[in-house]
Structures are given as C-alpha cells and as structure tokens.
Design a protein around this ligand. Structure first.
Ligand code: NAD
Length: 290
C-alpha cells in the first residue's frame, strides 16, 4: 500500500456553513478514516469520553480510539446527524459508541455525561476535552459580553467541569487530553476571546499534570494549526474558507485523520508513559514558540 496520504489543498469551494455547523455539509468532506493507521490494541477494553466527538477532530479521535480497542462515549451540542455518523464509524471498528447530547458549559451536564458513560461501560479511562466555540471578530469592541462569556464557558469552564466530574473515576495509568490551539501560543488578531481560552487550556494542562503526577494520571494537550473541520467554515466568509490553511508551509490545512494519532499517543501508556504536561503542536511545518 502507498504509504503517503493524499490530502486536499486549497482552493476549496467557496462556502459558509450556518451554526450549528454540520460536517456532512462541508466540501470536500473532512477525512477521518486514517486508512494508513493500523490498530495495535493500545487501548484494549478501555473507555473514553470525547467532548465534541460528533465531528471534526473529535470524530477522528473516537474512530482511532475504537481501532485501538476502546469503547467511546461522545458528548456534543446538537448535531445529531453528525453524531450518528461517528457512531457508525466507531461500530465499524468493532467497538461500542454512546451518544450524549448536552452542553459542556453546564456542570450538571458534565456530571450526567460521566455518569451515563459509567452506567453504559462501567468505567472511564480517558477523558478528551475537545468541544469548543469560536467566533471571529475584527475588533475588541465587536466582541459582546455575551460572546466573551459563551467562549469562556464552553472552552475553559467546560474543560474544568468535565475534568471535575471525571477525575474521581480515573485511576493510575488513565489519561486526560485537552485540545488547545496554535492560537493559544501565538494569539490571533481576530480571535481574542478564543485564543485567550486556548492559552488558558495550555496552562490548565501543565498545572493539572503536575497536580496529578502522584495519582499516576497523565494530562497532555494537542495544539493544532488549521484543520479542515466545520469550525472555521461556520465562522469565516466563504472566500476565506476557500483559502483555509494556505498560509502554513504545507500550503493546506490538516485533515482530522492527521491529528487524531497524537491523541492515541497521549492516551496510550505504551507510547507516552513518561509524558505529562506536554503541549504538542501540529502545524504543517509552521515553527512555534511553544
Ligand atoms: P468541530 O466543529 O468539528 O467540533 C467542535 C465540537 O464542539 C462540535 O462537535 C460541537 O458539537 C462541540 N461543541 C461546541 N460547543 C459545545 C457545547 N457547549 N457543549 C458540548 N459540545 C459542544 O471543530 P473541530 O475543529 O474539530 O474542533 C475541535 C477542537 O479543535 C476545538 O477545541 C477547537 O478549538 C480545536 N482546534 C481546531 C482547529 C481547526 O482549525 N479546526 C485548530 C486548532 C484547534
């Protein structure tokens, strides 16, 4: 088999998705199947909970975790049809999927998501905090107090609530993986609120990792550059979507299937037993300060 992946490059079709964005409406479809990736039982019989697992990076992570032998619960806001596609993909890998619809910014929803995962699968080994809200604004004045609040409530309060709910059930060898972003390291002139939450996620990762060393629970962060998912097409004008990812050295965004193996790396003790508190950037060749 050819060992190179052919991934799509800009220009993409000019398109803008309405929120709640659906992956099924995006062209070309984000690639999550990772055909070159062979499972090795690295997560055999483990249980993972992935927020924002209905689409994009979260879906690709759910699929690879299943390929490595884990059952996967996903928590998502409202895109039921995308979530059903993730369920099918997880089941095709021979594992079980649990779909949970709810809002991570509400602590009772976080607790319910963990409880339903425990009820269905009997345990929890891997928490992936990945759900996010993002909205570009050209100036600080145009960020409403409501938007600022929504971004923080989803992107960092949500990570806190999920972690607080999950932690009592995690044991030595288990793992927490957060999704950060290049914007959390470098900032972004039109994503002031979002970038600030991503920087907070990186610092939360490093702090929690130190806090949990003695409990044997590893905490790490994946910080991608541009990735072809519904997030940006639902937040950028069509002409910008057409050029998405063109400015990094690779000249294209990552596909979700190129990001998901990093989550397996952090989840699997076979791969990363000596790694905690790390923020791993995947940026298509763009050097980072992180
Ligand atoms: P996506 O739109 O496919 O996924 C985001 C998910 O978050 C959705 O599935 C949605 O259901 C979920 N979500 C949003 N608000 C929620 C809420 N309140 N409660 C529960 N779920 C909620 O986009 P994606 O690009 O796969 O995003 C995944 C992660 O990757 C995010 O943390 C994002 O910040 C990060 N990221 C994305 C890019 C990129 O270019 N796409 C780059 C860097 C980081």
């Amino acid at each position: 088999m050819d060992q190179t992946q052919q991934e799509p490059k800009p220009p993409f079709p000019e398109q803008h998705l309405e929120k709640p964005e659906l992956e099924s409406q995006l062209e070309p479809k984000p690639k999550y199947a990772a055909p070159l990736y062979k499972g090795a039982g690295k997560l055999k019989d483990q249980v993972a909970l992935v927020t924002g697992g209905d689409s994009g990076i979260g879906r690709a992570v759910a699929v690879l975790f299943a390929r490595e032998g884990a059952d996967v619960a996903i928590l998502y806001l409202e895109a039921d049809s995308d979530a059903e596609e993730t369920r099918r993909a997880v089941e095709q890998e021979g594992r079980r999927a649990l779909l949970i619809r709810g809002d991570v910014s509400r602590p009772e929803v976080a607790r319910e998501a963990v409880n339903r995962t425990l009820g269905e699968f009997g345990k929890l080994n891997i928490l992936v905090n990945n759900a996010a809200f993002q909205k570009h604004q050209p100036s600080l004045e145009e960020i409403s107090e409501e938007q600022w609040d929504l971004t923080f409530r989803t992107n960092i309060y949500g990570y806190f609530y999920m972690t607080k709910a999950a932690l009592p059930h995690l044991k030595p060898g288990d793992a927490i993986i957060n999704t950060g972003s290049i914007t959390g390291l470098e900032g972004n002139q039109s994503l002031l609120d979002y970038s600030a939450t991503k920087g907070a996620i990186h610092a939360f990762t490093k702090s929690l990792a130190q806090n949990l060393v003695e409990r044997g629970i590893r905490v790490n962060c994946v910080a991608p550059g541009p990735v072809w998912t519904p997030l940006n097409p639902a937040d950028q004008p069509a002409e910008k979507v057409a050029k998405f990812g063109a400015s990094v050295p690779y000249g294209r965004p990552a596909q979700p299937e190129e990001i998901s193996p990093a989550y397996v790396y952090f989840a699997s003790a076979a791969d990363s037993s000596y790694v905690t508190g790390e923020v791993l950037t995947l940026t298509g060749g763009k050097p980072t300060a992180g």
